[in-house]
Structure formats: structure tokens, C-alpha cells
Design a protein around this ligand. Structure first.
Ligand code: HEM
Ligand SMILES: *[C@@H]1O[C@H](CO)[C@@H](O)[C@H](O)[C@H]1NC(C)=O
Ligand SMILES: *[C@@H]1O[C@H](CO)[C@@H](O)[C@H](O)[C@H]1NC(C)=O
Ligand SMILES: *[C@@H]1O[C@H](CO)[C@@H](O)[C@H](O)[C@H]1NC(C)=O
Ligand SMILES: *[C@@H]1O[C@H](CO)[C@@H](O)[C@H](O)[C@H]1NC(C)=O
Length: 329
């Protein structure tokens, strides 16, 4: 083949490749607001850091909020919408209320962004940035870049939450299915479960493991006995106090690390959905690897957060840019 023909073929190939990349980039882009609102990401980061320097626990709240946004109608900011007289929104589903927290942080970022660049930065993107910055705060590094350009949805239904969000009593096949429904793999599921390295849980999410577990055993035998005793003292049987909470990872509750996986190896996973990851032949090796190679888990975790952030996004002219994250325009 002549050199010229080879060059032409090579050129054609390059054009094809760029088309492919172009199709990808059409969806979401890093530095999406570079021209339209260059300070967007800095403003979000400032507001997140300001809030977290007062209440560091909100970091966990914002990471979970992004997850709950993405799994219900895609990452479209629908979790931020307030209920109205005619509609019970996602945030008022029992799966989110009262446990979800950090809404004020999104509001304060949005207020500043509207003052600076009116109607430009979507609530869905603010939430994706805020989740990243929450992980950045404890790390003191920028963990990953957030491809942006999400548009905001106009629908938020409490009735859609339970069918789309996994529950703390799920077994591995239910967990896998729940993530598969969002085009995430079983590996992504195990990796992302490591988010339970930060934050807290209300007693109600795991109390069934402590008392009257089933008709033959009173306590979940897959739960370490000493840990169960600690949890029982924190969550007394028959307590009506719905404010009681325990750390998800008592060894390091505000640090993003792989202790979550180490805890599972010691039968100290808080939820059935955490502990069960060691009971399945497909997921157990992943748990063991993540426990040992924390740095590798963290890199996978950041990649999986970016992947999760792409679920069902609205782009281009779909949806809207909400002016107030709590209210559709
Ligand atoms: C694998 C299936 C999952 C289940 C069954 C699950 C379930 C739960 C439950 C029941 C809570 C406690 C809520 C409460 O009672 O206060 C919780 C907390 C939390 N979850 Fe998950 N989750 C899962 C995956 C994820 C993922 C993928 C992320 C993020 C990437 C995440 C991030 C968090 C965080 C950060 C908290 C602590 C929230 C806070 O302190 O405010 N979870 N999760
Ligand atoms: C997981 O739970 C579902 C629903 O309860 C059940 O049908 C299934 O058999 C369980 N799978 C395993 C492997 O335990
Ligand atoms: C998953 O992928 C399929 C096929 O590409 C697509 O039709 C579907 O909308 C995706 N689901 C989500 C939640 O992104
Ligand atoms: C109760 O739980 C134990 C431990 O998980 C299990 O082996 C047993 O089969 C369960 N019994 C019933 C009746 O479900
Ligand atoms: C419920 O628990 C919370 C958190 O531990 C505590 O601050 C509060 O005083 C308790 N309320 C009652 C009525 O015991």
C-alpha cells in the first residue's frame, strides 16, 4: 500500500475515532461551565467547605443525596424538589425523610450561583459537584473531575423511590439487580457500597438484626456478638426515639477509607446489605481485595462515582435549569 493511501486511511480512522469521542462528550463534559459561569465549581466548593467546617457529617449526607438523586429518574436534581399540596416528592419518602441531609448546602450554593450567573448552573450539577467536594474535604485533594452539563428534571415522586433504591435488608442478588437496573455492574455495587465508610444510620435501618431476628434465632448470627451488644446499647429494644443514630464505620466515621471492607471481614458490617457481600462467592473476593488494597479501592470508588453521576442524565435542551432547586420553574 502506498504511503499516501495509508495516510488517507489513517486520517479516516482518526475522524471516525473523534466522532466516537464526540458522541461521548456530547453527553457531559468536564469544565462544562468554563465559558458560561467560570466560577461555578469554585462557588460550590466554597459553600460546601463552609458548611462542612461547621458540621463535617454533612459530607456523608451530600454523597448519599447524589446517590439517591441518580437512582431515581437519573441524576436530574429531582431529590431536591419540595413536595407541593398536590405532590409528595422523593425527599418526603420514608427512605429519604428524615435521614437525608444537606439540602441547605445546595440552596446556599444555588443562591450564590443565581446571583453570579442567572439560570445557568443546574441543581443536578451542583449536587454532583457537592458530593465530589464532600469527598475532597476529608481528603484535602481533588479526588476526581466531574463531567457536567446535567439539566434539571421536572418530576419528583415519592412513589418512585422504593422501587429504585436498594434497601438495607437486600441480599446480593437483589443488590446486584438494583444496580443493574441503573446500568451499573455488580463490581460497581461492591465498590460504591464502600461509601458506607462515612456517615451514620438511624437504628431502624438495622434493628431487625438485633432483636427477634427470625423464628429460630433472636439475633443475626452473621453479626459479631460484641458489635451486636454495642449496637443494642445504642439502640435499645422498644425505644421510640427515632433520632437515635450510630456511625456506619465506627472505626473512622469521617474518613474515606477501606475500613468499611475490613469491618465486613470482622462481621461488623452494619446492614444486612453490607455484611452479605462476604457471603456470596462473586462479591467476597472483591470485599477482601478492597479491604487489603485501600488505595486501589479508592481509585475505583472515584471512577464509580463518575459513572454513577452519568445515570439517566438530561442534557442539551431536555429538562430545565431550575432557578430554585426546591421548585420546578
Ligand atoms: C448498596 C446498597 C445500599 C444500601 C442498601 C444503602 C442503604 C443505606 C441506609 C439504610 C443508610 C442509613 C440511612 C439512615 O437510616 O440514616 C445509608 C446511609 C448512607 N449511605 Fe447508603 N446504601 C447503599 C449504597 C450507597 C451508595 C452507592 C452510596 C453512595 C455512593 C451510599 C452512601 C451512603 C452514605 C454516605 C450514608 C450516610 C448518610 C449520612 O450520614 O447522612 N450508600 N445507606
Ligand atoms: C434474595 O431475596 C429474594 C427476595 O426476598 C429471594 O427471592 C431470593 O431467593 C434471595 N436470594 C438469595 C440468594 O438468598
Ligand atoms: C441503560 O442502558 C440502556 C441501553 O443502552 C438504556 O436504554 C437505558 O436507558 C439505560 N438506563 C439508565 C438508567 O441509564
Ligand atoms: C433464621 O436465620 C438463620 C441465620 O440466618 C437461618 O439459618 C435460619 O434458617 C433462619 N430461620 C428461619 C425460620 O428463617
Ligand atoms: C433521643 O435521642 C437523641 C439522640 O441521642 C437525644 O438527643 C434526645 O434527647 C432523645 N430524646 C428523648 C425523648 O429521649
Amino acid at each position: 500500500m502506498g504511503l499516501r493511501i495509508r495516510l488517507v486511511l489513517c486520517g479516516l480512522f482518526m475522524v471516525l475515532m473523534m466522532c466516537c469521542i464526540g458522541i461521548q462528550a456530547d453527553q457531559l463534559q468536564v469544565d462544562f461551565y468554563q465559558k458560561t459561569c467560570p466560577q461555578a465549581e469554585n462557588i460550590v466548593r466554597e459553600e460546601v467547605f463552609k458548611a462542612l467546617s461547621k458540621i463535617i457529617e454533612l459530607a456523608a449526607g451530600l454523597v448519599r443525596m447524589h446517590f439517591h438523586d441518580c437512582f431515581v429518574r437519573g441524576c436530574d436534581g429531582s431529590v431536591l424538589i419540595d413536595s407541593t399540596p398536590g405532590n409528595t416528592a422523593e425527599k418526603d419518602s420514608p427512605i429519604n425523610n428524615p435521614s437525608l441531609r444537606g439540602f441547605e448546602v445546595i440552596d446556599s450554593a444555588k443562591t450564590r450561583l443565581e446571583a453570579q450567573c442567572k439560570g445557568v448552573v443546574s441543581c443536578a450539577d451542583i449536587l454532583a459537584f457537592a458530593a465530589r467536594d464532600s469527598l475532597a474535604f476529608t481528603e484535602m485533594i481533588i479526588p476526581y473531575e466531574v463531567p457536567a452539563g446535567r439539566r434539571d428534571g421536572r418530576v419528583s415522586l415519592s412513589s418512585e423511590t422504593f422501587a429504585n433504591l436498594p434497601g438495607p435488608n437486600f441480599n446480593v442478588s437483589q443488590l446486584t439487580q438494583s444496580f443493574q437496573k441503573q446500568n451499573l455492574t455488580q463490581k460497581d455495587m461492591v465498590t460504591l457500597s464502600g461509601a458506607h465508610t462515612i456517615g451514620r444510620s438511624h437504628c431502624g435501618s438495622f434493628q431487625n438484626r438485633l432483636y427477634n431476628f427470625n423464628s429460630t434465632v433472636s439475633q443475626d448470627p452473621s453479626l459479631d456478638a460484641n458489635y451486636a451488644a454495642e449496637l443494642k446499647s445504642q439502640c435499645p429494644q422498644g425505644s421510640t426515639n427515632t433520632s437515635l443514630v450510630v456511625p456506619m464505620d465506627p472505626t473512622s466515621q469521617n474518613t474515606v477509607d477501606s475500613n468499611y471492607f475490613k469491618n465486613i471481614l470482622k462481621n461488623r458490617g452494619l446492614f444486612i446489605s453490607d455484611q452479605t457481600l462476604i457471603s456470596d462467592t462473586a462479591t467476597a473476593p472483591l470485599v477482601r481485595a478492597n479491604a487489603v488494597f485501600g488505595g486501589i479501592w479508592k481509585a475505583k470508588f472515584y471512577d464509580a462515582m463518575v459513572k454513577m453521576g452519568r445515570i439517566g442524565v438530561l442534557t442539551g435542551t431536555d429538562g430545565e435549569i431550575r432557578l430554585n432547586c426546591r421548585v420546578i420553574n
